[in-house]
Design a protein around this ligand. Structure first.
Ligand code: SAH
Ligand code: MG
Length: 225
């Protein structure tokens, strides 16, 4: 795989030690991989779940549900957590609701149908007016050219000292160099992602670091005081 952002042998070695959380999630991953449905990579899953085990967040928000795979992993390792996840594609949304039901996680994972920014704005209203708690952990994993919009709204929903993680920040290396855009198809996404990374790494009150796991992650800790 020439698209990996890390040495493929290193990745293969690390993933030899990957362990699925349970049989059902194992099947779900295999199904997604066989059908080219986007879900977090194995090494991304291992890394994020380790963060979550360490920190045991109680309230999690996810932008980009797809089949509900990552949300179900988060719910499985964070016992007692509640997860809100947003998906804008109706067909995919319905699949996610069904999958989460089959996994018996519907009580703790709530899937919203709609554009992430619209849904988050409604959540801000609920937070400010109706006293809904803010989130300990926000995972952004949706349309890459909108990360800045997602992040700006996420800032209003995250708790003090909470964390916002963005997936696919390195976009198969294309964020790093134009040479990875061999067919010259991703100019806008590349420009947007580079600007986004400059934006969140220089923002006051936010400490961001880039991690070359999977397709690249940004980890931002938000200090509100
Ligand atoms: N987090 C999932 C994968 C998400 S893939 C997992 O690892 O299991 C990204 C998803 O984001 C897609 O299903 C896509 O339909 C959805 N999406 C893209 N733009 C969006 C938007 N503006 N609002 C909500 N969902 C969006
Ligand atoms: Mg992703």
């Amino acid at each position: 795989m020439t698209d990996n952002i890390t040495n493929p042998l290193v990745e293969e070695y690390i993933n030899k030690y990957y362990k699925p959380l349970n049989e059902q999630l194992h099947h779900l991953r295999e199904y997604a991989e066989e059908n080219h449905i986007p879900i977090i990579l194995r090494e991304t899953e291992s890394f994020l779940l380790q963060l979550l085990r360490w920190n045991s967040p109680k309230r999690i928000l996810e932008i980009g549900t797809s089949m509900g795979y990552s949300a179900s992993c988060f719910a499985t390792v964070c016992e007692g957590s509640r997860i809100l996840t947003v998906e804008n594609n109706e067909e995919i949304f319905e699949r996610a609701v069904e999958t989460i039901g089959d996994l018996d996680l519907s009580e703790r994972i709530h899937v919203f149908l709609g554009d992430a920014v619209d849904v988050m704005e409604r959540l801000i209203y609920k937070t400010n007016v109706e006293g809904l708690d803010q989130f300990d952990f926000i995972f952004i994993d949706a349309a890459k050219s909108h990360y800045r919009r997602f992040f700006d709204v996420a800032l209003k929903l995250v708790k003090d000292k909470g964390m916002i993680v963005c997936d696919n920040a390195l976009m198969n290396g294309r964020t790093v160099s134009d040479t990875y855009d061999r067919l010259n198809k991703h100019k806008t996404n590349m420009t947007n992602m580079r600007e986004f990374i400059d934006y969140i790494t220089t923002m006051k009150g936010v400490i961001t670091t880039l991690i070359p796991v999977g397709d690249g992650l940004t980890l931002s800790i938000v200090n509100k005081e």
